[in-house]
Design a protein around this ligand. Sequence first.
Ligand code: V47
Length: 374
Amino acid sequence: MVVLDSMRQRLKTAGLVDIADKVEARERLSFDDAVALFESTDLLALGWIANRERERRHGDRTYFNHNLRLEATNVCEASCLFCSFARLKEGDPGSHTMSLEQIFAKLRQRGDQPLTEVHIVNGLHPGLPFSYYTELLSGLKQIRPGIHLKCFTAVEIAFFADHYGKTDRQVLAELKAAGLDSLPGGGAEIFAPRVRQKICHDKCDGARYLAIHRIAHDLGMRTNVTMLYGHIETTEERVDHLLQTRALQDDTGGLQAFIPLAFHPDNNQMRKLPAPAASETLKVHAVARLVLDNVDHIKAYWISCGVEVAQTALWFGADDLDGTVQEETIYHMAGSSTPTTLSTDDIEQLIRDAGREPIERDTLYNVVRIPALQ
Ligand code: V47
């Protein structure tokens, strides 16, 4: 076939033909393969391999959900250098902590929306009782019993355990009993101790992050993993992050999606660094698709990479765009220029405009709706 022959020639020139053959044969990529993919200068050849794998798994199908993102408090005792969202103390300028009633009102006022998920991420607030979190979950479930609650990163779970004198497992079990359904992937950053020591030294380390996900899987909950890229991490540290994620998934099978998160430099202590280029974003999604052979979904979070780049990432390995989001502040405080919300109609249109087929899913990737062609 002419196209394939010319592509093969291009892959050879790019030094990627052996890796492409491995992917074709469904052989697992090694550490060195992943480094070679990251270091390739032929983004289109890399994208071609990742897209072939993406289409083998999902065809044109591209997932999104109708979700509501809430950040109940940004008071946080950690001091991550990349964070523009956190405020150290209650009452500091820009700090906020919602009362439970305020949070419940956010859900009640959306009674007319066919929401399937509430995604909550918070700062590590030292002054709230544990009951704030359990009542938050049970109260949301009371208002919308069918809603999926994807709340609290592994970093928050570790903080709860240390702060309230419980084990990680106890915290997860108690939150699950109160209504927690799954964990989002935030807080992963880069697992390598060298990076964590520099950019987020006072929150839980990579090993504990992964251990908490492992416990969540053992308790029957699904989770996501993220990777914050485009700051001080090396190629090898990115690959290590991907391989540790893959190893966890080999053991538990509990991961649903991997989400590369582009570093945003505004209003934080790493503001001298440039934001990663769009080409870097496409590369990270593509390599993630190829290395994480046991993770079903690669999410291009449109708030983090920008709408147009997220659309392009759908041809570089990604098959999911996250959802309507609605009340995001972490990225907007760090300089994101995307809208803070998109309607389901907007997302469907964006996916169609990118040449893919929109599928509305729930958090667990059950199909909620296949939008009719306009
Ligand atoms: O943990 C914070 C990151 C994460 C910045 O699981 C920053 O479905 C870039 O985890 N520049 C929160 N990134 C977001 C998150 C997430 C997003 C979408 C979907 C899911 C999911 C999870 O945002 C934090 C941190 O890694 N972050 N500040 C910044 N300046």
